[in-house]
Design a protein around this ligand. Structure first.
Ligand code: TMP
Length: 205
């Protein structure tokens, strides 16, 4: 099973993805955490480039190559072993972050169509009035910021993520303005419903 968790920076994706993996493993569900950009040489190159204003076409190409390699070498084999993969960022990040006048959302969606859709895709978002809170979270990390870590950018990216509902089916949107426990229980109940539906379909055959 393949679960992705996506959304703007500062919405708690990484912490939530790791906690979700822990909770699933407590239920003996054999879950593993992974992330994009990865820690492969390609992924590390991306992390360097996005600290500066890299050429958008080059950056886009690197994200797509990193995703392809991640799927082939890590995600697919793990799915085949029956694991639950929880991937921190996936294709919607490319559509929402790499969008610009030369790289339309439609084009970016098309470029990502070759990559499998997750069974469950959680999309974190925030209400625009909460942008200061989200930005504070980013600043409090104390890590080297990348070019996407500005309020204007985060608002734009957040709007892009919200718009994804008109481009993709079956996204589960989660407002970051809730407690961690509330968010986790929403995630677990979405996963349980998914399993129940799979079971129902098996008995129908
Ligand atoms: P991280 O903060 O989740 O480690 O991700 C690093 C940055 O990479 C983050 O600002 C979002 C950006 N990103 C893209 O711009 N496009 C993508 O396709 C992915 C996976 C990440």
């Amino acid at each position: 099973m393949f679960i992705a968790i996506d959304g703007p920076d500062g919405t708690g994706k990484t912490m939530l993805s790791k906690l979700l993996v822990e909770r699933l493993n407590e239920k003996n569900l054999n879950a593993i955490y992974t992330f994009e950009p990865t820690h492969s040489p390609l992924g590390l190159k991306i992390r360097e480039i996005i600290k500066t204003n890299g050429n958008p076409k080059v950056v886009l190409d690197l994200f797509l190559k990193d995703r392809e390699e991640h799927l082939e070498t890590f995600i697919r084999p793990a799915i085949n072993e029956g694991k639950i993969i929880v991937c921190d960022r996936y294709k919607l990040s490319t559509v929402c972050y790499q969008e610009n006048p030369e790289q339309s959302m439609e084009k970016l969606i098309e470029l990502n169509d070759k990559f499998v859709n997750p069974d469950i895709y959680f999309v974190m978002y925030f209400d625009e009035k909460d942008v200061d809170l989200v930005f504070e979270r980013i600043e409090s990390r104390g890590t080297n910021p990348d070019v996407y870590d500005t309020k204007v950018w985060i608002n734009k990216v957040n709007r892009n993520f919200k718009e994804m509902s008109s481009h993709y089916k079956n996204l589960t949107f989660i407002n970051t303005n809730q407690t961690v426990e509330e968010i986790l229980s929403q995630m677990i109940s979405t996963i349980e419903t998914y399993f129940q539906n799979v079971k129902k379909r098996m008995y129908e055959v």
